[in-house]
Write a protein that binds this ligand. Structure first.
Ligand code: HSE
Length: 408
């Protein structure tokens, strides 16, 4: 019998137990395995749980039980998850985690610990919720030079943007609903300010390009400055406002990586992804582009990804899977986003068209219902972002909004 333990009984941890115990017989039959869940670690009591006897409060019970060879970490955050995961790996127990912060900040180190102890550190559930993206990126697409990855990587913000724009819901009401549905982080600032999407693009970039990209190296903006006026201009430009995490391999060999709200052209499939769904487009020299789509957050969708890894770890017992990357000592391989050329949507107040045309020649001007006389909105031609920012700075408080255009 192959036994595993789950660390944490929150949204994802409880979903992992529920989905496994519901489908256990079929999983074992189809996969030719004999897997069972032995422990659930949580400091809280769950006396009414149908599997109350599985709960333990002390990690040492799991660490010292040789029958437990795989551990699913669903606690989130760095502490104590990092200590627990490292201790499991040091004892040769494979770990499958949904914890994107842990992977984005400690991934290179934990990969090395897993390798040294002949076990696996797996993290499919950390990115894209239910979507199988990391394993396909690392295996099925292995023959490609990856040139770009762009995606909607946070279900909560995509849900909020969809509810605000399509259903006229307020930001606060949409966020509350996302929390009730179990999409949002414990501290939803991580969703709203783009930190969660940043961790996910770091994981994708690290895996695709082989060097650890740390979150603090990534230019990150959230959705708190996006307004319904911006959304209306996006509609008039045949686009949709989406929080996009992207990484591009530049001709100079560096990576251009960011998380920021964008005007996404409706010709791009990412513009069509609404609600809690995530979409990730991967471009490579062999494939042109491949699109991954599915539920990006939530109890059972994320549990599905955790369990996929758990099952794989049991099937690959004794082998070290290669889903890994090297640590990196400096950010010199990351390009400053200000040095890249972009087309930028800009919304100004009290600036004449003549002035705007001098600063941003060749722009396409936009309209919206109820546009005040004093408002001017346009999309620039391709310009270096630092030149756009320089020109906008000269207009001071007249700048009401700006975001880059994504057309891929
Ligand atoms: N808070 C995250 C999201 C959960 O909304 O995408 C899934 O990682």
């Amino acid at each position: 019998m192959s036994k595993f333990a789950i660390l944490g009984h929150g949204v994802v941890g409880s979903g992992t137990a529920e989905l496994f115990l519901k489908n256990k017989d079929n999983i074992n039959k189809r996969q030719g395995t004999d897997i069972d869940l032995k422990y659930i670690l949580d400091i809280r009591d769950f006396p009414d749980s149908p599997y109350a006897e599985k709960f333990v409060k002390d990690i040492n019970v799991i660490l010292e039980d040789d029958e437990v060879t795989v551990v699913a970490e669903c606690m989130g955050g760095i502490n104590p998850a990092y200590t627990f995961v490292k201790s499991c790996l040091e004892r040769g127990k494979s770990v499958c985690t949904s914890n994107k912060q842990l992977v984005a900040e400690k991934g290179a180190e934990l990969h090395a610990v897993a390798k040294a102890n002949n076990c696996n550190f797996m993290f499919e559930a950390s990115t894209g919720g239910a979507i199988p993206i990391l394993r396909p990126l690392h295996t099925c697409l292995a023959a490609n030079e990856i040139t770009a990855i762009a995606g909607i990587l946070n279900g909560t913000t995509n849900f909020i943007l969809t509810k605000m724009i399509e259903e006229n819901m307020t930001f606060d009401a949409a966020l509350t609903m996302a929390q009730q549905l179990g999409y949002a982080e414990k501290d939803p600032t991580a969703d709203v300010e783009g930190h969660d999407a940043c961790r996910k693009i770091c994981i994708l970039a690290s895996l695709a390009f082989g060097s650890h990209v740390y979150p603090q190296w990534v230019y990150t903006e959230g959705i708190s400055s996006v307004t319904l006026e911006d959304a209306a201009y996006a509609t008039s430009a045949n686009s949709a406002v989406k929080l996009i995490g992207s990484v591009w391999k530049l001709k100079n060999g560096k990576l251009l990586i960011s998380v920021r709200p964008c005007f996404v052209c409706r010709s791009c499939q990412l513009a069509l992804i609404d609600d809690v769904f995530n979409g990730i487009m991967v471009c490579g020299d062999g494939i042109d582009r491949v699109m991954f789509y599915g539920r990006g957050a939530g109890k059972l969708p994320t549990a599905s990804a955790v369990l996929g890894d758990v099952i794989d770890c049991f099937k690959q017992t004794g082998t070290v899977m290669s889903q890994t990357w090297e640590d990196s000592r400096s950010s010199s391989f990351i390009e400053d986003h200000l040095n890249a050329e972009v087309r930028m949507y800009v919304r100004l107040d009290g600036v004449s068209r003549e002035t705007a045309e001098k600063l941003f020649p060749g722009s396409v001007y936009l309209d919206r219902e109820g546009k005040p006389e004093s408002e001017l909105a346009f999309i620039t031609t391709y310009m270096l972002e630092k030149d756009i920012i320089h020109n906008l700075n000269s207009l001071g408080s007249a700048v009401l909004g700006k975001m880059p255009l994504l057309d891929m």
